[in-house]
Design a protein around this ligand. Structure first.
Ligand code: OOG
Ligand code: NI
Length: 476
């Protein structure tokens, strides 16, 4: 890094603390480097995504302009989300504190038990627009629901295995404390912090349990084995953002990257909505297991995979309901999640059903199906200053060309897609299982140590902020 850049991120008015954006970017960078080392196919996928994004930006001036207007263009090639799976409340609680040092906060609650995965989750990410555009790193974080393990004996075993593990290094814990007590970290501490934090996410090819226990855990659910049999919550994928997921999907095979059978989420559209995702299947990795004699027995484990995503406009509650209805209808018609045999029938039907979802930004806006950023245009220079404009005038101002809008990108995740991603990497038998019992957001928040940010409220607040900003400019 040049000394000029170094000086830029030093925040002089707070005792030379570096910004959380700086720490988050550093962490995302070393995490990506580590994952490239651990899973070379991830590096291949990054190259493919970069090539395709470059093509899209060169060929589609409108997309390029839109991303420039919203500030997303600078973050596109840095954009990643990862995922981890935690075993016990202490780990979730401490993970929240760790991510806070990087300016990441829990947004949304996702219950995956209904889809056959015994976890509930949140996503840690930045919550300010500028912060998102500077360092767009997110982590989908799941906590195992021990209450859903029906075998009492196994559940007790799992509890005692997890009780004895510490997934954070001592130094990382010290620096979390220091950051909380002093209000930030200086550059040296920040570097130590990201290196120490990274240890928690590293892959270990030695299990902490013997082979029999591993088999027993696997017998309950592959995911339970993945969480419980290892020293820590290895990052299980790191997802770049593409501007053309259909192109990536069809180019994967040419590069020897085997894709899953179908793309999760909405069908291809002129105006992309929410999130479309695809992945390559989990790798089979050699693992050595403990045994009584102390010398390990070799076996295999599947957990880590690759994923890509294309993001579109965030939907309002009304839009989200229409999305759920059309997706649900499609899934029901083919009898649940699509598989290799009916993938093309599914895609056909999905496309057909989504004709009911307006596909121009004007309609999405007029019908209040999606969220938008509002901007003033040059025309406001000549606006009459006789009135004070307020929220009631916004739609008229837009019509009269004093304002313009751009789609607000969806920053979060989709429970049905997430379950599909879990399932394609866990094996279909597990995915077919159903868990009784209710979703339990309040227990999740108790374990987390604070409430999660409400998804819908976050987008509507953000949209409002842009409206307020326009009004302030117009009334100035
Ligand atoms: C998380 C799966 C969810 C996504 O993109 O929806 C996810 C996991 O497999 O642990 O990352
Ligand atoms: Ni993912």
């Amino acid at each position: 890094m040049s000394s000029k850049n170094k000086a830029d991120h030093l925040n002089n008015d707070s005792n030379s603390f570096v910004s959380s954006e700086y720490i988050r970017n550093r962490f995302a960078t070393i995490m990506s480097d580590m994952y490239k080392d651990e899973v070379p196919l991830y590096g291949e996928l990054l190259n493919l995504v970069h090539d395709i994004n470059k093509d899209v930006l060169e060929q589609a001036e409108d997309i390029k302009q839109q991303l420039a207007n919203t500030g997303e263009i600078t973050r596109l090639n840095m954009e990643r989300h990862g995922a981890i799976r935690l075993g016990k409340p202490y780990e979730l609680f401490t993970m929240r504190r760790l991510f806070k040092v990087m300016g990441m906060f829990p947004v949304g609650y996702y219950d995956l038990a209904t889809a056959g995965v015994p976890v509930h989750s949140t996503a840690f990410r930045a919550i300010e627009n500028t912060a998102l555009n500077q360092a767009p790193f997110r982590v989908f974080t799941s906590l195992l629901r021990l209450d859903l393990i029906d075998d009492k004996h196994l559940r007790e075993n799992v509890e005692s295995i997890l009780e004895n593990r510490q997934i954070f290094t001592e130094k990382a814990l010290e620096l979390i404390d220091k950051s909380e007590n002093e209000g930030g970290l200086n550059e040296t501490d920040a570097e130590t912090f990201v290196q120490e934090a990274l240890e928690t996410f590293r892959w270990h090819d030695t299990a902490t349990v013997d082979y029999d226990m591993y088999e027993a855990l696997l017998g309950q659910h592959r995911l339970i084995a993945d969480v419980v049999a290892f020293k820590g919550p290895h990052i299980n994928h790191l997802t770049p953002r593409t501007l053309d997921i259909d192109k990536v999907q069809s180019s994967m095979e040419a590069r020897n990257i085997p894709p899953k059978d179908n793309i999760e989420g909405p069908p291809p559209r002129k105006c992309p909505i929410l999130l479309r995702q695809t992945s390559f299947k989990a790798l089979t990795e050699k693992v050595s297991f403990k045994n009584d004699a102390g010398n390990g027995k070799m076996g295999e484990h599947k957990a880590r995979f690759g994923e890509i995503e294309q993001r579109g406009v965030a939907l309002t509650q009304k839009g989200q309901e229409l999305y759920n209805e059309l997706l649900g209808k499609t899934r029901q018609a083919i009898g649940g999640s699509p598989n290799a045999e009916n993938a093309s029938e599914y895609n056909q039907l999905l496309l057909e059903n989504f004709k009911a979802f307006p596909d121009t930004y004007d309609e999405l806006h007029a019908e209040e199906l999606a969220y938008f950023h509002y901007f003033t245009t040059d025309k406001v220079k000549s606006i009459s200053k006789d009135t004070t404009y307020s929220h009631e005038n916004i739609q008229q101002l837009l019509k009269d060309g004093y304002l313009t809008i751009e789609p607000m990108v969806y920053e979060d995740f989709l429970p049905v897609s997430a379950a599909g991603i879990f399932a394609s990497n866990l094996g279909t038998d597990d995915a077919k299982r159903e868990y009784e019992g209710t979703s339990n957001q309040s227990l999740f928040e108790k374990d987390l140590g604070e409430p999660v940010y409400d998804l819908m409220k976050w987008y509507s607040d953000k949209q409002n902020e842009t409206i307020e900003k326009c009004l302030a400019e117009i009334n100035a």
